[in-house]
Design a protein around this ligand. Structure first.
Ligand SMILES: Nc1ncnc2c1ncn2[C@@H]1O[C@H](COP(=O)(O)OP(=O)(O)OP(=O)(O)O)[C@@H](O)[C@H]1O
Length: 629
């Protein structure tokens, strides 16, 4: 079954053509071998495994001759020949054991080596922003390349990338290395034993090959496709099930407030039932497959006595030849029916290959964001910190949601020394405007800002897994160079002095032990600790702070930055901004109207709006008569 057919079977519509399985294998092998750090080691280890396999098969070939002589000596009651045969058996065992052990070791290390290369490749591609490739993009170095992990979440095209990177790569490499060895071993075995068997009995050789090929074709046709479909389905459902529990861990507090354990259990139970259904279907298919496999296997025992027995009874061959023919036949049969016996693990291998190929394709998209259009990035001139020019913004292309236009043809500038408050009703597109400015969503039109000087503070502060030092210096990778004195000074500045006593090197689950307001203050500390930052884009980032702390934080920004943009609803924010961008829409379907105003004008309009509301209240338009029963 091709990858495309399997995807169709599962109701998945691939957004781009799915590669054939062999192309995918070649792509991943190339990746492992082309790794500049480990590629040469992988090649060396593959060669060693091949040479050791040659030794193993050669020893097995020699063993079949020794075995024939031993059995013949027994039949002839020749003691000397029998003892020599036993010594030869001992020699071969002594020789083959270290070869097998060495081969196992080399194959194990080869697997680890390939896993390291592939995991590093996928993890880097998933977590690190892609560099612009084309010349036109190369000039705009400040451009925020889209973060692949974010883009995948937005489009929803690839399920569970974490499982693909951590588990699928591991399984794939282990089964892949083992299967590759089997293929090489069986090919060598066929080359070694087919002539032996043919010399004993051409009928046994040809009959054995025909028997094996028929069995493989029948089992692959009847069960291969179904096994693949159910394996893929089980894998996806298992990942979804695990994800429901991960969400409970991440949102434990909110769920506890709601006492939502029963709802979560019901969700988990539903997912588990779905998984069991897929597993049950797999068991049914595996039972049918196993029955065919076993029947085929048992039937082989009668084949050699049927084909070579008459020659022995007529005295044309020695008794030992029957044993040698049986061994050669079994080895050839095993080799030729490899695909048949390993059908389950082969289809598992194919499923994982396909999942990794999909992930690689999705991560290889050109560096444009999931919404259509240009990315924020060109550097502004003339003291402008942020410039929007005829910008139209749409929500991202998600596989389940149709994009909608949030605003059209928006132009404005924020100059050095200015600060802008973005205001408007909930859901109108304020945060999305910041997402576009930060380069997370693409737009039509142009957005100019000096990306390396900008700090973006999302609505929900992100707490990194690590020490307090790591938190404060996030997203810097090397945190050892910052002096403790400076970090403590900044902690005091943002009113988090109490954390100094916890210790800068202390590793804790900060997201759970700090209040939301404290986490927001950590965000401001991060701005102060990055000397290159001149401009901040902030989304409701003081929403959990009291007015004193809010005032303190904005005063710090005014001292350290050349300008900032905030999104927020609270009137208290107006005093910290020189300008306002007011987004409004009379009905959900009408176009968004946008005004860029100096703060005083905005405040006057707000007062008019407030008075209008009070009038409506007085006429009972907004506040209906209470209905008392
Ligand atoms: N990832 C997304 N995919 C599709 N639509 C989205 C996505 N994120 C937001 N939207 C939609 O875009 C619109 C604007 O959302 P946005 O978060 O910008 O609103 P907002 O003005 O900041 O609201 P609030 O004040 O409530 O935070 C909403 O209708 C929302 O449903």
């Amino acid at each position: 079954m091709t990858a495309a057919v399997m995807a169709e079977e599962l109701g998945i519509t691939p957004s781009r053509p799915v590669d054939s399985i062999w192309k995918t294998v070649a792509r991943l092998v190339k990746l492992a071998l082309a790794d500049p750090d480990r590629g040469w080691r992988a090649i060396l280890l593959s060669c060693s495994v091949f040479v050791l396999l040659l030794g193993e098969v050669a020893a097995a070939g020699r063993y079949s001759v020794v075995q024939k002589n031993l059995i013949t000596a027994l039949q002839a009651k020749d003691k000397a020949l029998f003892h020599r045969g036993l010594r030869n058996v001992g020699r071969i065992i002594l020789c083959i054991s270290p070869i097998i052990a060495l081969r196992e070791y080399a194959a194990g290390v080869l697997g680890m080596n390939c896993r390291t290369s592939l995991t590093a490749y996928f993890a880097r591609k998933y977590l690190m922003p892609q560099k612009p490739k084309s010349d036109s993009q190369a000039g705009t170095d400040q451009q925020a390349a889209p973060c692949p992990y974010y883009a995948l979440t937005l489009t929803g095209e690839i399920d569970n990338p974490d499982q693909r990177i951590c588990q699928d790569v591991g399984h794939l490499v282990t089964s892949g290395v083992s299967f590759a060895q089997d293929v090489v071993r069986t090919s060598l075995s066929i080359l070694t034993f087919a002539p032996v068997l043919y010399s004993i009995s051409p009928a046994a050789c040809i009959g054995g090959i025909a028997y094996a090929v028929t069995g493989t074709v029948v089992s692959a046709r009847s069960f291969g496709r179904l096994l693949g479909v159910y394996q893929l389905r089980s894998l996806q459902r298992e990942a979804h099930l695990r994800y429901t529990l991960i969400r409970v861990r991440e949102h434990a507090e909110s769920i506890a407030f709601f006492e939502g354990g029963a709802a979560e259990f019901s969700k988990f139970h539903g997912g588990f039932r779905n998984l069991l259904e897929a597993l049950y279907q797999s068991v049914l298919v595996a039972t049918g497959y196993s029955m065919l496999n076993r029947t085929f296997h048992w039937a082989t025992f009668a084949v050699i006595p049927m084909l070579v027995g008459p020659a022995y009874l007529d005295g044309r061959v020695e008794f030992g030849v029957i044993s040698q023919a049986t061994m050669a036949f079994n080895i050839i049969l095993e080799a030729l029916t490899l695909a048949m016996h390993r059908l389950e693990s082969l289809s598992d291998l194919r499923v994982r290959l396909q999942r990794l190929a999909q992930l690689d394709d999705a991560l290889s998209l050109p560096p444009v964001s999931p919404t259509t259009g240009a990315m924020a990035g060109t550097i502004p001139t003339d003291g402008v910190l942020l410039r929007f020019e005829a910008v139209t913004l749409r929500t991202p292309q998600h596989k389940d949601v149709r994009p909608k236009v949030l605003f059209e043809d928006l132009s404005f500038e924020v100059l050095g020394g200015q600060s802008l408050l973005i205001s408007g009703a909930s859901g109108i597109g304020k945060s999305s405007l910041l997402r576009a400015a930060a380069g997370l969503w693409g737009v039509a039109g142009s957005i100019q800002l000096q990306r390396s000087e900008v700090f973006f503070m999302p609505q929900k502060p992100y707490m990194f897994l690590g020490s307090l030092r790591d938190q404060l210096l996030y997203p810097q990778v090397d945190t050892s160079s910052a002096s403790s004195t400076r970090l403590e000074e900044v902690l005091r500045a943002v009113n988090l002095e109490e954390l100094i006593h916890v210790g800068l090197e202390e590793v804790k689950d900060w997201a759970n032990i700090l209040s939301l307001g404290q986490q927001q203050r950590i965000n401001f500390a991060r701005v102060l600790l990055q000397p290159s930052i001149r401009f901040a884009l902030m989304d409701e980032c003081t929403s959990a702070c009291d007015p004193e702390n809010e005032l303190l934080l904005y005063q710090l920004l005014q001292q350290h930055l050349r300008g900032y943009v905030s999104v927020g609803h609270r009137p208290s924010l107006q005093q910290f901004h020189t300008h306002a961008l007011w987004l409004r829409r009379s009905t959900p379907t009408t176009t968004t109207e946008i005004d860029f105003l100096i703060m005083q004008e905005f405040q006057e309009k707000m007062i008019d709006k407030f008075i209008d509301c009070i009038d409506k209240l007085n006429y009972g338009i907004l506040w209906p008569e209470p209905r008392l029963s």
